[in-house]
Design a protein around this ligand. Structure first.
Ligand code: ZN
Length: 328
């Protein structure tokens, strides 16, 4: 018993000493954090097509492009640096293989048409940064995560500004992946998000055209320059979803799948909102939630989809922007 008490005393003493030491280290770290200064955003500019930019500690990757399309990839990262503590609330699931999917698309376009979209990737795991939420929820107070958030958006904004300068208009695709629904059902359709909710999509065309303000959608800049109704633009014959289906990939909304019929569906998040609804820019945004099986699960799935997606965006831009991506 006596030995046990001595041991306990020693453990307590050590713990006390360790804790004291630990808290002084922690205090120093907090002081250093308080005084931490970052380089000005954009100090790595100018951004040149063919080069790559990585932000602080390579938490972000930016590949400048040469067509009026941005692919932003917020949820595919896997870096878990110790300087960023884990987020304590919100979703933390990784969208597997979405970086690989984005790169497969970019590489296919480059190999076959000598063009590349602008690609901006968040390399941090979603447990450290959610680059599709507002800054508070995204970084949860960690200054290094906040810096990565700022760089991610600085690169996207730079890409958007350059696209508008060169093409007058453009489109951001925010790339995601959806898993099994809560009931276990695996929906093999790509969910296309224009900020219309599932229940709005489950309404009639007449309801949508009469009751939904186009300013609240993420494609107001496309609608503004189109003769088509909103319902036609999101699920008519030349909607993005219907073009997906003509290229053998099912999608929602589309002619065949006008609405989710009460099932799970993601209508578009922070990035789609920020880049699709800002009236200061003639620019639209669409969220793409890709299924896993047969589309992003293997490199051959991704390479096959890259071929189809190139045709899809080619057709979409010809029809809605009068721009031939393959002849730029
Ligand atoms: Zn996601």
């Amino acid at each position: 018993m006596k030995t046990k008490s001595v041991k306990l005393y020693l453990i307590l003493l050590l713990t006390f000493t360790f804790c004291n030491k630990d808290s002084s280290v922690e205090k120093n770290q907090i002081d250093e954090t308080d005084n931490y200064t970052f380089e000005d955003l954009g100090s790595d500019a100018p951004y040149t097509y063919g080069k790559s930019y990585y932000g602080r500690n390579a938490y972000t990757t930016y590949y400048p492009g040469n067509i009026p399309i941005i692919l932003s990839i917020p949820h595919g990262g896997d870096i878990t640096p110790s300087e960023i503590s884990n987020r304590t609330y919100g979703v933390t699931v990784t969208d597997s293989n979405t970086i690989e999917l984005g790169m497969a698309i970019s590489n296919y376009l480059f190999s076959n048409y000598n063009i590349r979209p602008y690609v901006i990737i968040n390399n941090l795991k979603r447990t450290k940064l959610d680059a599709n939420r507002d800054k508070t929820e995204a970084a949860q107070g960690n200054i290094f995560a906040e810096r990565a958030f700022d760089e991610f958006h600085y690169y996207i904004s730079s890409a958007r500004d350059e696209i508008i300068k060169n093409f007058n208009t453009g489109l951001l695709f925010d790339i995601h992946g959806h898993g099994a629904n809560p009931d276990g059902f695996v929906d093999l359709r790509t969910w296309i998000g224009y900020l219309l909710t599932g229940s709005e999509l489950d309404s009639s065309d007449a309801y949508i055209d009469q009751n939904i303000n186009i300013d609240e959608t993420s494609i107001y800049s496309i609608i503004n320059s189109s003769d088509e109704s909103l319902s036609n633009l999101i699920r008519g014959p030349n909607s993005l979803g219907s073009i997906f289906e003509r290229n053998d990939y099912t999608a929602l909304p589309s002619l065949d799948s006008p609405g989710p019929q009460g099932m799970r569906y993601f209508s578009g998040g922070f990035n789609t909102f920020i880049y699709g609804t800002n009236k200061n820019f003639n620019f639209s945004a669409i969220q793409l939630e890709f299924p896993y099986p047969g589309l992003r699960d293997t490199s051959s799935s991704r390479n096959l989809f890259a071929i189809a997606f190139s045709e899809i965006i080619h057709e979409y831009f010809l029809y809605h922007y009068d721009i031939d991506l393959f002849s730029l």
